[in-house]
Design a protein around this ligand. Structure first.
Ligand code: 7RM
Length: 660
């Protein structure tokens, strides 16, 4: 791949799972013909297609004047220009008058079994209005940034919707990130408010969020006020004048708050994500296109019907939680379940327990979770009543057919369609995905494009790849929920996504398209590693390693891992005179956890005297990948290496580690 050859594709999967007649009859999209017809219209007449859906699915304060524009040269994308709306109004207020006032909007299951809170649409509306007033009282205005560093508690969803209500832009930082990461993300967007919690329990561990936040704020930042949720009742020093309690402010706040009518293209949020180079980039999503995209995919792909209970197990700190715990479901008027805990606590049947307890109908999770629960055996799902389930979903990485079949058999009882949804932080909404009542699935394939999405697999030279020929996955034109820019760095947006194959959005993934037009995602072609579905940039982990005083140079590569999908394998060259010890290995691991966060913990650290480099000094990751995975026999051409001798040293070093 990195040397320009085509991507070999070896997977062959012959099983087919057509939708059942009973399912299709009740589904929104009932047949392949209907899918094809709607898809055709979405491509040939986007104005008609999206105009109709936007009028039906969203409330507009005033209608758009120009449905869509795309300035290709400058990568400026607009949808519903001239339209005005408010996201929190769409997710809350309008449901108060359409019969959903007393319907559960959010059912929250805390980590402890007996901790459950249910918010009806009315109750959620009230909380959101009150918190919007708290933000206002602190001087937050439309366009201001608000950073959020919270565990999976209802206050997180309330804070998001409150920002949306007053047109403030939220930037959520996943609770598994370190102080350093939080600090960088605050600095990049210049937020003046931080919302956090004293801390939270995850299984047997305690995550001291407020203490982390204090470290992030140590050296002077743009943050003026820190709002702290009392989640754990933990010891929590409050800085006078800066830190205030959520519950105290809420008690003073008024229950009504008029929404601010935003422009369709006003930013809704920033979410930082990792790429191949440098610091994480602030992916910017805007108001109307994003909301419409998440709402309509939610409805059609999960086939949500009025009384369904829907559960997505992601963390809201990632895009999946933004789009498919909060915005998509609430805009569609759904009941969305939010779970604070982890799949294995107090025991490995927690997911099945929750499905049984709330009679969950639609269950959306990640391959890594499926694999880890699969390892515990089918007796766990079999000992629970999972008969409420109707649709299963998967996201985050390719799902291996073995995990797919287990999910199908033991969770779905061979009855539930599985939607394997391919999409990205950048795409905002689902892109390549089955429609459960229409599209026959093949285990391991994300199947066909959603309405308005035109994928293309291209070769190195930009020409279209043939049937079953691996290549780079591009999307040839914008769709409503596509990101609009990188916060403060529009040039980077152009450079990263629109330059490699001019005029096309480049996803960073490799894929093939089979004889039926089905897409098979093969993995990343850049230096992004998906550890348990979490997206981690090689550059960030490397720069963390190099910031340690003992390290001269570092390179990390992904290695396959039975549960996590991919794990991090680090090659580290120490400074002259530093001894290679196990103690130092441990120290480096702790250092990465501190700098980036526990999710970026390297699985293996291999010390090496040097890196395989080209004569121009570029590290050849292709070689490191092969060494790390023990497939160095297939190294291929190493003649461009400055010092070909290094390869043997690396191979020996890797073997020695494996013997340990
Ligand atoms: C939603 C999310 C995006 C990357 C993407 C892929 C990989 C996600 C699938 C998948 C195969 C899938 N956003 N990916 N879903 N690969 N099949 N169904 O994960 O920004 O964090 O990551 O994840 O490589 O480019 S993300």
């Amino acid at each position: 791949m990195s040397d320009g050859k085509t991507i070999e594709s070896v997977m062959e999967e012959v099983r087919r799972f057509p939708p059942s007649k009973e399912f299709s009859e009740k589904a929104y999209i009932k047949s392949m013909e209907q899918y094809r017809e709607m898809y055709r219209q979405s491509i040939e007449d986007p104005e008609g297609f999206w105009g109709k859906i936007a009028s039906e699915e969203l409330h507009w304060f005033s209608k758009w004047t120009n449905l869509h524009s795309w300035d290709k040269e400058n990568a400026i994308i607009k949808w519903f220009e001239g339209g005005k709306l408010n996201v929190s109004y769409n997710c809350l207020d309008r449901h108060l008058e359409n019969g959903r006032k007393n319907k559960a909007a959010i059912i929250w299951q805390g980590e402890n079994e007996d901790e459950v809170k249910t918010y009806t649409y009315q109750q959620l509306h009230t909380e959101v209005c009150r918190f919007a007033n708290v933000l206002r009282s602190l001087g937050v205005k439309k366009g201001d940034r608000v950073s959020i560093y919270l565990p999976m508690i209802p206050e997180l969803a309330i804070a998001m919707l409150a920002c949306a209500r007053i047109g403030a832009i939220h930037s959520i930082v996943f609770g598994g990130f370190s102080s350093e990461s939080l600090k960088d993300r605050i600095a990049d967007c210049g937020s003046k408010i931080l919302i956090t919690a004293d801390g939270n329990h995850r299984g047997s561990k305690f995550v001291p969020l407020k203490a982390n936040a204090d470290v992030a704020l140590e050296k002077g930042t743009s943050i003026e006020k820190v709002i702290v949720v009392n989640r754990a009742g933990a010891e929590c020093p409050m800085e006078p004048g800066r830190d205030i309690w959520w519950h105290e402010e809420m008690a003073k706040a008024d229950r009504s708050c008029e929404p601010v009518w935003c422009d369709a293209e006003d930013p809704l949020f920033i979410l930082y994500t990792s790429g191949s180079t440098g610091k994480p980039k602030g992916v910017v999503h805007t108001t109307a296109g994003y909301l419409l995209g998440t709402c309509i995919t939610f409805k059609y792909v999960f086939d949500y019907h009025e009384n369904d209970t829907y559960w997505c197990t992601a963390d809201i700190g990632w895009i999946t939680g933004h789009s498919y715990i909060v915005y998509g479901p609430l805009c569609a008027g759904a009941t969305t379940l939010m779970f604070e805990g982890i799949p294995t606590y107090p025991q490995v049947d927690r997911f099945w327990n929750i499905i049984e307890k709330f009679k969950v109908n639609i269950f959306y999770t990640a391959p890594t979770a499926i694999r880890s629960l699969m390892r515990e055996g089918e007796k766990w799902p079999q000992s629970r009543d999972l008969s409420s389930l109707r649709v299963l979903g998967s996201v985050g990485e390719p799902i291996n057919p073995e995990a797919w079949m287990w999910f199908h058999k033991y969770v779905g009882n061979e009855r539930c369609p599985i939607v394997d949804t391919w999409w990205q932080t950048e795409t905002g909404s689902l892109m390549i995905t089955p429609l459960p009542g229409a599209i026959t699935t093949k285990p391991g394939s994300a199947t066909l494009p959603f309405f308005g999405v035109v994928p293309e697999v291209v070769k190195d030279d930009g020409t279209k790849a043939g049937v079953n020929e691996g290549g780079y996955l591009c999307i040839t034109r914008p769709w409503p929920a596509i990101m609009r820019t990188v916060w403060g760095q529009h040039e980077r947006f152009k450079e990263i996504y629109w330059t490699r194959f001019p005029g096309k959005y480049f996803t960073g993934d490799s894929a093939r398209c089979d004889e039926d037009g089905y897409y098979w995602i093969m993995g990343r072609v850049d230096d992004v590693i998906k550890v348990s579905g979490h997206r981690i940039g090689a550059a960030e982990v490397e720069s963390a390693l190099v910031s340690h005083h003992a390290v001269a140079e570092a390179a990390i590569v992904p290695v396959p891992h039975p549960i996590k999908g991919e794990a991090i394998y680090a090659f580290v060259t120490l400074k002259a005179g530093v001894e290679e010890t196990d103690q130092l290995r441990k120290e480096l691991i702790a250092h990465v956890r501190r700098e980036v966060g526990p999710i970026a913990t390297p699985e293996v650290i291999q010390f090496c005297p040097g890196m395989p480099k080209t004569r121009s000094g570029k590290i050849m990751r292709r070689i490191l990948r092969k060494v790390a995975t023990g497939t160095a026999e297939e190294l291929g051409d190493t003649s461009t290496l400055a010092d070909p001798g290094i390869v043997d040293v690396l191979i020996q070093g890797s073997k020695a580690l494996h013997r340990k």
